[in-house]
Design a protein around this ligand. Sequence first.
Ligand SMILES: Cc1cc2nc3c(=O)[nH]c(=O)nc-3n(C[C@H](O)[C@H](O)[C@H](O)COP(=O)(O)OP(=O)(O)OC[C@H]3O[C@@H](n4cnc5c(N)ncnc54)[C@H](O)[C@@H]3O)c2cc1C
Length: 459
Amino acid sequence: MDVKDAHVIVIGAALVTGITGLLTCQALKKAGIKYTVFEKEQSLNCRSNEWTMAIHWALPLLKEILPEEVFAKMNEIACNPTLGIHSGLYPIIKAETGDLIMGVPYQNGLRVPRSKMRLVASTGIEVQYGKLLTDIAFNETGNGVIATFSDGSLVPATMIIGADGPKSKVREFAMGSAEKAAVTKFPIFHTNMTVCYGDAEKALFVRKQYPTSYLALSEQSFHSFQSISGMPDGPDHPESWVFHMAMAWLGEVDNSVGYKERLAMIKERASGLGEPAHSAFMWLPEDTEVHKADISYWISQVWDNRKGRLTLVGDAAHPMPPYRGQGLNHCINDVWHLSNGLRKALGCDKESTAERLTLAEAVANYEGEMIPRGAEEVRCSVENGYMLHDWKKIQESPVFKRGFKPMDGHGSAAADAGPVAGSSSTGAQSEVEVSEHAHVQLQRDLELAPASEVVSASA
Ligand SMILES: Cc1cc2nc3c(=O)[nH]c(=O)nc-3n(C[C@H](O)[C@H](O)[C@H](O)COP(=O)(O)OP(=O)(O)OC[C@H]3O[C@@H](n4cnc5c(N)ncnc54)[C@H](O)[C@@H]3O)c2cc1C
């Protein structure tokens, strides 16, 4: 098939969610492949779905997926824009004392708020909203699909890509039944909230030791997390800084409780913590909207891709607990691999014409790489999720043993793509002009450096 005859349907791309679907569209657009992207939501409450995410090993692939001028915005949307893309050590601390347990090294990465990442990924992409996918039919000739939406509309295309998240509808068709596609709940009460203290002293106090973010692990086997999410009026106006906070503990989720009760549960736990987590949580205003995140997983497995007419990317292909910071990195990796395969199948450019594949071959190649990778990381992230919430086992958890590094072989495309130049890096920063706030972070990274050697050595 030629690129001028192809049309790809992408499912999933809402107002704060749907980053994988949007990145897929960016990659298809760059390749000159016609696409249409459909999203079930009309609009979403940004705050209820807001969290921050670290992009590290897959960043070089993101650079290849996005147009140059769009990727250039990544530094601006960083949680700590004074640093942007940089290398450093992520602090994991003991919640009761604030002491460092270890600094997890990352190379040329950054943390971004989900809403801003989504905004960047949506640049120049037109989304069809209010389109809930309900059915997929496969033409008996062996070519083409027809997607059906809840408003009764039918859309024919060459293939359909499910970027529709953990509870993917497309996965049900891939697996042949809702049961086989069903996620398993990860048994954790995970809360997310966004706060602006509106008070410069408070904001500076909670960021004094660990300037951008930390993960605090409690002897009582729960975690608390805080990250700057944005600096609306800039680094010199800490009263305007916005923070993403999270707290989570293993166990049954009580679905009957609302914001107020969840906040009380959080403060009860925070009352026994040391600084900075103690004040960061105890200062949460009483009207804070404490959102519950459903954490679930599905171990990627082979499905029927109908000769390359259907496939999955992102959380639709490998939903996992987030405590090793891998989900979005794998989403980016998926988009890069799949779009390169489609270029070869559709003869999008000279090089790909030389290695021409059929659509079935391109999708089989993509899934041959992605499914084992997804399955391995989902298993690892599940194990990590349990261990990080069991004080006796934290030192044995994958994030302590392996850091944020992908499993062996998973990041080879990103490694081949080469590093993305950051604005600064540990060890080489003394020459770089940076703001006071960035300077504190960089100093802190240097102090943490010895603690990272354990991870570097074992990773
Ligand atoms: C608290 C938390 C912290 C995290 N931190 C990190 C991190 O530090 N690093 C990292 O790499 N990853 C992290 N992750 C994981 C990361 O957020 C996800 O992997 C990523 O956002 C998944 O994006 P997605 O587009 O694949 O799925 P989603 O964001 O779920 O998007 C799916 C879209 O499909 C739409 N949709 C669903 N069904 C249909 C349908 N039938 N018809 C039409 N549209 C439909 C949905 O409305 C939605 O917009 C974290 C996750 C959590 C929960």
